[in-house]
Design a binder for this molecule. Structure first.
Ligand code: SAM
Length: 136
Protein backbone atom coordinates (compact mmCIF):
# COMPACT_ATOMS: atom_id res chain seq x y z
CA UNK A 1 0.00 0.00 0.00
CA UNK A 2 1.45 3.33 -1.14
CA UNK A 3 0.51 5.42 1.91
CA UNK A 4 1.86 2.83 4.29
CA UNK A 5 5.13 2.59 2.37
CA UNK A 6 5.48 6.34 2.54
CA UNK A 7 5.12 6.45 6.32
CA UNK A 8 7.27 3.38 6.90
CA UNK A 9 9.94 5.14 4.85
CA UNK A 10 9.67 8.27 6.98
CA UNK A 11 10.05 6.37 10.24
CA UNK A 12 12.82 4.07 9.07
CA UNK A 13 14.94 6.77 7.41
CA UNK A 14 14.66 9.51 10.00
CA UNK A 15 15.30 9.59 13.71
CA UNK A 16 12.24 10.34 15.78
CA UNK A 17 13.43 13.86 16.60
CA UNK A 18 14.30 14.67 12.99
CA UNK A 19 10.73 14.81 11.70
CA UNK A 20 9.29 18.31 11.39
CA UNK A 21 6.36 17.67 13.77
CA UNK A 22 8.56 16.35 16.59
CA UNK A 23 8.20 17.92 19.99
CA UNK A 24 9.89 16.44 23.07
CA UNK A 25 6.52 16.58 24.83
CA UNK A 26 3.00 17.30 23.61
CA UNK A 27 2.13 19.49 26.59
CA UNK A 28 -0.99 20.99 25.04
CA UNK A 29 -2.41 17.57 24.17
CA UNK A 30 -1.62 16.19 27.63
CA UNK A 31 -3.21 19.23 29.29
CA UNK A 32 -6.34 18.92 27.15
CA UNK A 33 -6.59 15.26 28.13
CA UNK A 34 -6.23 16.06 31.80
CA UNK A 35 -9.07 18.53 31.39
CA UNK A 36 -11.28 16.20 29.34
CA UNK A 37 -10.87 13.28 31.73
CA UNK A 38 -11.04 15.50 34.81
CA UNK A 39 -8.00 13.60 36.00
CA UNK A 40 -9.76 10.21 35.99
CA UNK A 41 -6.91 7.75 35.34
CA UNK A 42 -9.41 5.04 34.29
CA UNK A 43 -10.32 7.08 31.19
CA UNK A 44 -9.91 5.33 27.86
CA UNK A 45 -7.81 7.31 25.42
CA UNK A 46 -7.10 6.67 21.76
CA UNK A 47 -4.29 8.45 19.92
CA UNK A 48 -4.92 8.11 16.22
CA UNK A 49 -1.82 8.44 14.08
CA UNK A 50 0.21 8.53 17.25
CA UNK A 51 3.35 7.62 15.33
CA UNK A 52 6.45 7.54 17.50
CA UNK A 53 5.33 10.55 19.54
CA UNK A 54 6.16 10.75 23.25
CA UNK A 55 2.55 11.43 24.22
CA UNK A 56 2.12 7.79 25.23
CA UNK A 57 5.15 8.05 27.55
CA UNK A 58 3.69 11.12 29.22
CA UNK A 59 0.22 9.59 29.58
CA UNK A 60 1.73 6.47 31.16
CA UNK A 61 3.77 8.68 33.50
CA UNK A 62 0.59 10.49 34.47
CA UNK A 63 -0.97 7.13 35.35
CA UNK A 64 -3.32 6.49 32.43
CA UNK A 65 -3.42 2.81 31.46
CA UNK A 66 -6.35 2.37 29.06
CA UNK A 67 -4.47 3.61 26.02
CA UNK A 68 -4.80 2.70 22.34
CA UNK A 69 -2.27 3.95 19.82
CA UNK A 70 -3.16 3.58 16.14
CA UNK A 71 -0.79 4.23 13.27
CA UNK A 72 -0.28 3.05 9.73
CA UNK A 73 3.47 2.65 10.36
CA UNK A 74 4.62 -0.44 12.19
CA UNK A 75 8.11 1.11 12.50
CA UNK A 76 6.68 4.12 14.36
CA UNK A 77 4.67 1.94 16.74
CA UNK A 78 7.66 -0.31 17.37
CA UNK A 79 9.85 2.69 18.18
CA UNK A 80 7.32 3.96 20.72
CA UNK A 81 6.75 0.50 22.13
CA UNK A 82 10.47 -0.13 22.60
CA UNK A 83 10.92 3.26 24.22
CA UNK A 84 8.19 2.83 26.85
CA UNK A 85 9.23 -0.78 27.57
CA UNK A 86 7.42 -2.68 30.28
CA UNK A 87 5.41 0.42 31.24
CA UNK A 88 3.57 0.00 27.94
CA UNK A 89 2.29 -3.53 28.53
CA UNK A 90 -1.28 -2.34 28.98
CA UNK A 91 -1.18 -0.25 25.80
CA UNK A 92 -3.01 -1.55 22.73
CA UNK A 93 -0.84 -0.89 19.66
CA UNK A 94 -2.77 -1.09 16.44
CA UNK A 95 -1.07 -0.87 13.06
CA UNK A 96 -3.87 0.15 10.74
CA UNK A 97 -5.07 2.60 8.13
CA UNK A 98 -7.77 4.85 9.59
CA UNK A 99 -9.51 5.14 6.23
CA UNK A 100 -10.39 1.45 6.62
CA UNK A 101 -12.91 0.08 9.17
CA UNK A 102 -10.26 -0.80 11.72
CA UNK A 103 -11.35 0.65 15.03
CA UNK A 104 -12.36 -1.77 17.77
CA UNK A 105 -16.07 -1.60 18.56
CA UNK A 106 -15.99 0.42 21.74
CA UNK A 107 -16.28 3.96 23.00
CA UNK A 108 -13.39 6.17 24.08
CA UNK A 109 -13.41 8.99 26.58
CA UNK A 110 -10.81 10.93 24.62
CA UNK A 111 -10.03 10.79 20.92
CA UNK A 112 -6.71 12.44 20.05
CA UNK A 113 -5.55 13.20 16.53
CA UNK A 114 -2.55 15.44 16.04
CA UNK A 115 -1.81 15.95 12.35
CA UNK A 116 -3.36 12.83 10.86
CA UNK A 117 -6.64 14.15 9.49
CA UNK A 118 -4.45 16.90 8.08
CA UNK A 119 -2.60 14.31 5.97
CA UNK A 120 -5.75 12.80 4.51
CA UNK A 121 -5.65 14.88 1.37
CA UNK A 122 -8.59 13.34 -0.47
CA UNK A 123 -12.19 14.04 0.45
CA UNK A 124 -13.00 10.33 0.21
CA UNK A 125 -10.29 9.42 2.75
CA UNK A 126 -11.51 12.11 5.17
CA UNK A 127 -15.08 10.90 4.77
CA UNK A 128 -14.01 7.28 5.33
CA UNK A 129 -12.16 8.22 8.53
CA UNK A 130 -15.15 10.11 9.90
CA UNK A 131 -17.49 7.24 8.96
CA UNK A 132 -15.24 4.72 10.71
CA UNK A 133 -15.10 6.83 13.86
CA UNK A 134 -18.84 7.24 14.00
CA UNK A 135 -19.87 3.70 13.20
CA UNK A 136 -17.21 1.53 14.82
C1 SAM B 1 2.52 14.25 11.17
S1 SAM B 1 2.60 12.67 11.88
C2 SAM B 1 2.01 13.02 13.51
C3 SAM B 1 2.43 11.96 14.50
C4 SAM B 1 1.96 12.19 15.94
N1 SAM B 1 0.51 12.36 16.03
C5 SAM B 1 2.65 13.39 16.54
O1 SAM B 1 1.97 14.36 16.87
O2 SAM B 1 3.88 13.34 16.68
C6 SAM B 1 1.21 11.86 11.11
C7 SAM B 1 1.05 10.41 11.54
O3 SAM B 1 -0.12 9.89 10.94
C8 SAM B 1 0.13 8.56 10.52
N2 SAM B 1 -0.81 8.30 9.43
C9 SAM B 1 -0.86 8.93 8.22
N3 SAM B 1 -1.86 8.45 7.48
C10 SAM B 1 -2.46 7.48 8.24
C11 SAM B 1 -3.55 6.59 8.02
N4 SAM B 1 -4.24 6.59 6.87
N5 SAM B 1 -3.90 5.73 9.00
C12 SAM B 1 -3.20 5.70 10.18
N6 SAM B 1 -2.16 6.52 10.44
C13 SAM B 1 -1.80 7.39 9.48
C14 SAM B 1 1.60 8.58 10.11
O4 SAM B 1 2.21 7.31 10.11
C15 SAM B 1 2.20 9.52 11.14
O5 SAM B 1 2.66 8.82 12.27
Amino acid sequence: MEVQQHWEGVYTKKAMDQVSWFRPHLETSAALMERSTQGDRRASIIDVGGGASTLVDDLLDLGYRDLTIVDISQAALEAARRRVGAAGESVRWLCADVTQPVFPVRAYDVWHDRAVFHFLTSASDRAAYIRNVATD
